[in-house]
Every structure is written in structure tokens, then in C-alpha cells.
Write a protein that binds this ligand. Structure first.
Ligand code: GLU
Length: 481
């Protein structure tokens, strides 16, 4: 046995990596990394009809993108069915389970008969009828009758000290004897999970609240199998801003969707980390290292967490402005290339200029897509004028044309192409006209970028260069008169 904490993320590969799953993975990863433990990955692919390789690949891809690396080889639950069945048979041999020869048709008829009695009548397996005398069982086995293996739930109460909820207790009388191995030899979910968690020597099971009702059954299985119990931590559900369980109605719920709209992995992790955990104090913005350093099970919350896309965007903006420029450039590069704004080769040859541009744009951007949008006028020869910006800043066409003409003159006559020279001459121009500098800068910004928002006007001029700036002002003037 080892004392090293061992945690796992155990997704069912039946779809994409959902933000809820990603949150579970992240918390397990953070804790494992914090305490120097192991973070394992188990693909729960026993539902053959619904599990797909594409889904498994999408989950791996999502985890990689988030930066959640796992230890050891991935465990595929479906490859361990022999062990699951052996564990079920062990429970049968030790008397913790019994054979159930009820056929599907019989079970359905029994259920229908009880349900026909009306609401309030729920079908429940009657052990007295199902758990047959030994001789009976032997005779049926000798005839080769198919059977399922059903767990014999003992009397008493099953309780545990949950890391999030403190004490949780279930009276065993509320848990019916449950099947652990179907008559076709396939394991039932709770057995497979426990068998695998024991084999993988998992010490802390951290997963969503929706698994709380499985936990007493799993604890009973651990005990019956003579295995040490892991610690359990059940994380709160994630709701939409309307307080309802997060679903597609609330917008994107796949990690990949957020990736594709320009959310940074570090921002996504930071945002997810705060869904059900609080570092205490006012700290909110944290990169991976800081999340690891601060993560603590004492900060896990009970209350449902709210997935607010606005907060995610805000968080992304915070990360965009804090990450090292090399990281920002790395993330924005594919988006610029995909938008056809630069080629791979241009990104290399103009690297310094592009990094300067991105560094100026990132402070006003919330997403990578924002940066791409804002970068467009600097990377394309032709610019598109934002109708709102034009309506607002070029209201009076004649006087705007006149101002732009004067600004053009001042820019053309600048003794040097420096921010100081630009500032001196444009401010002097405003003064000579008896107007505020902004009255020149705003229409000029629209002329230079087509947009109402941009970095400081001198920085814009500097980025565009003299020739291009003059050309754009000329175009604007010709459009205005
Ligand atoms: N495969 C289960 C799920 O995706 C998780 C099982 C567990 O964490 O115990 O919900």
C-alpha cells in the first residue's frame, strides 16, 4: 500500500467534455498536484451502446487543452469486466450477494402490477421471494438457468463524512438489494466503479453531487469486498444564471465551445475552479500555479455554483492582460491565421510588430476573438467602417473632413515619427482650433481603424506607420466630401 493520495477523473465517453465534468477533473487535478499525489484517468466505457471513440478523444483533447495532465496509463473500464465479474462472484461466495433468477419478463410484470395500484406504490425487490433456498438455487444452476447477482443490503445505516457535506447517512432499509452483475455477465455501474477504484488504489473520490445516492451502495460494496474506504467529496451542481441545472438552454456547455470562441485555458480553469470552491478573501484571478498553491478541500462549497458566461469573459479579459506575451501570442496566432489575417510565415517575419500590436490590443479585449476583430484594421489593407462609430464620430461630415484635413497636414509635417512628436503636433492643432484634443482623436481613430475603440491614437499611428496613416485619412476625407 502507498500513502500517496490517488485521485481519478472517471468520465463516461458518451459526449463532449462538459464544463461540469471539466470542473470535476480540475478539482481532482488541483488536489493531486497540490499534495504531490496522482491524478488518474478512467474512461467508463461499459455502456457500449453510448460510448464512442470520438467522445473519448474529445475528452482527452479537452483535458489537454485545459492543461490537466494525468499520471499513469488511462484505464478503460470496459477492459476490466473479468475483474468486475470476479468481484461479484467473490461477493456471491461470501454470502454478501445472491443469485436472482427472475427473468426480464417476470420483473416487468411484477413492476407493472405494483405500479397499477397507483401513485405511491413503488416496486421494490422482495428478497424473501428472490433469494431462493440453497437447494433451489443449485437445481436451477444445474439446469443452466440464467441469473443476475444481487447484493444483499445489510441492516443498519450507511454513513460517511463527506469532505463537502460533513456527515451523510442513509438508512439501509431505503436501499433495495441491487444487481451487481447482470445475467449476461456485464457489471452494473456501482460495482464497476468500486472494483476499479479499489484496483486503482484511489484514496479520494471527488465527483458531482449527483453521485451522492450511489455512494452508500458503493460503501457497502467496499465493506463487503473487505477494502479500505476512500474519502468522498461531492461537489455542488452547476446551475445557469436562472438557478436551473446547467443545460444547453444556457448556451455553450462544452469546454470545446468556449475554446472555439477564444477563451484561454487558464481563464477557463480559473473560472471553473471558482464553481464550488473559494480560496477565501477577495482573490479571484489565479493562474494554474496559484490555483494549485491555494487549492484546499476546506474551501469546497456546498451551495450550487452558478455558471455565468459574463464572468467567464471577464475572467478571460483578466487573463489576457496578465499572461506572459509569449503565451498570448501562442494562443492568438492560430486565430489570426484562421481569420486569414496573417500567414504562418508573416507571423514569424513580423513577429515583433505583431506582438507589439497584440500587447496593445489585449488590455481592451475579453476574448481572443475580440483581439482578432480589433487586430483586423492593422493587418488588412482595406478597413471596414463600424456604422456606429461613423454615426457617432463623423456626425457633421463637412467639419469632420475639415478636421481630418488639418490633422493630415499636421501628421505629414511631423519632424519625426515618434509618439512625442505626434502628441505635440496634434495637441497644438487642437489648441489652435480651440477644441479639445478628443474632438480630433475620435474622428481620426475612425479614419485610421474604422472602429470607435482602439489603443491610444498615437500608438495607432505608430503601429500603422506614416504612409498607411496618411492613406487612410485621405480615404476618409474622400468619403466625407
Ligand atoms: N462515470 C461517472 C460520470 O461520468 C463518474 C463516476 C464517478 O466519478 O464515480 O458521471
Amino acid at each position: 500500500m502507498t500513502d500517496t493520495p490517488r485521485l481519478r477523473f472517471a468520465p463516461s465517453p458518451t459526449g463532449y467534455l462538459h464544463v461540469g465534468g471539466a470542473r470535476t477533473a480540475l478539482f481532482n487535478w488541483l488536489y493531486a498536484r497540490k499534495v504531490g499525489g496522482q491524478f488518474l484517468l478512467r474512461v467508463e466505457d461499459t455502456d457500449k451502446a453510448r460510448s464512442t471513440d470520438e467522445s473519448t478523444a474529445a475528452i482527452f483533447e479537452g483535458l489537454r487543452w485545459l492543461g490537466l495532465d494525468w499520471d499513469e496509463e488511462v484505464v478503460y473500464q470496459g477492459s476490466h469486466e473479468a475483474r468486475h465479474a470476479a468481484d461479484a462472484r467473490r461477493l456471491l461466495a461470501s454470502g454478501h450477494a445472491y443469485c436472482d433468477f427472475t427473468t426480464q419478463a417476470e420483473l416487468q410484470a411484477q413492476r407493472a402490477a405494483v405500479e397499477a395500484k397507483g401513485p405511491g406504490h413503488a416496486f421494490r425487490v422482495d428478497r424473501a421471494k428472490v433469494d431462493l433456498p440453497k437447494a433451489d438455487v443449485e437445481a436451477r444452476l444445474a439446469r443452466g438457468e440464467p441469473y443476475a447477482i444481487r447484493f444483499r443490503v445489510p441492516d443498519g445505516t450507511t454513513e460517511w463524512k463527506d469532505l463537502v457535506h460533513e456527515r451523510i447517512a442513509f438508512p439501509n432499509k431505503d436501499i433495495e438489494d441491487f444487481i451487481i452483475l447482470r445475467s449476461d455477465g456485464s457489471p452494473v455501474y456501482n460495482l464497476a466503479v468500486v472494483s476499479d477504484d479499489i484496483a486503482m488504489r484511489i484514496t479520494l473520490v471527488m465527483r458531482g453531487d449527483d453521485h451522492i445516492s450511489n455512494t452508500p451502495k458503493q460503501i457497502l460494496l467496499y465493506r463487503a469486498l473487505g477494502a479500505a474506504l476512500p474519502t468522498f467529496a461531492h461537489l455542488p451542481m452547476i446551475h445557469g444564471t436562472d438557478g436551473k441545472k446547467l443545460s444547453k438552454r444556457h448556451g455553450a456547455t462544452a469546454v470545446a465551445d468556449w475554446q472555439h470562441v477564444g477563451i484561454l485555458p487558464s481563464a477557463m480553469c480559473n473560472f471553473l475552479a471558482l464553481l464550488g470552491w473559494s480560496p477565501g478573501g477577495d482573490i479571484e484571478v489565479m493562474l494554474h500555479e496559484e490555483l494549485i498553491a491555494r487549492f484546499d478541500t476546506a474551501g469546497l462549497l456546498k451551495k450550487a455554483a452558478v455558471f455565468d458566461p459574463k464572468k467567464l469573459e471577464w475572467m478571460n479579459g483578466q487573463h489576457l492582460s496578465r499572461l506572459p506575451m509569449t503565451e498570448v501570442a501562442l494562443r492568438v496566432r492560430p486565430a489570426l491565421i484562421a481569420a486569414g489575417l496573417v500567414s504562418d510565415a508573416e507571423f514569424e517575419s513580423r513577429h515583433e510588430w505583431i506582438v507589439k500590436l497584440l500587447d496593445l490590443l489585449r488590455v481592451r479585449a475579453r476574448t481572443i476573438d475580440d483581439i482578432v476583430r480589433q487586430a483586423t484594421p492593422y493587418l488588412r489593407e482595406e478597413i471596414a467602417y463600424d456604422p456606429d462609430a461613423v454615426a457617432k464620430q463623423w456626425k457633421d461630415r463637412a467639419s469632420t473632413a475639415e478636421l481630418l484635413t488639418a490633422a493630415r497636414g499636421a501628421i505629414d509635417a511631423m519632424p519625426a515619427w515618434t509618439v512625442d512628436a505626434m502628441e505635440a503636433s496634434l495637441r497644438a492643432l487642437a489648441e489652435s482650433k480651440g477644441i479639445q484634443a478628443g474632438k480630433i482623436f475620435q474622428p481620426l481613430r475612425v479614419a485610421l481603424t474604422g472602429l470607435g475603440v482602439s489603443p491610444g491614437i498615437f500608438e495607432v499611428l505608430d503601429l500603422l506607420g506614416k504612409e498607411r496613416s496618411l492613406r487612410r485619412i485621405d480615404t476618409a476625407i474622400s468619403l466625407l466630401i
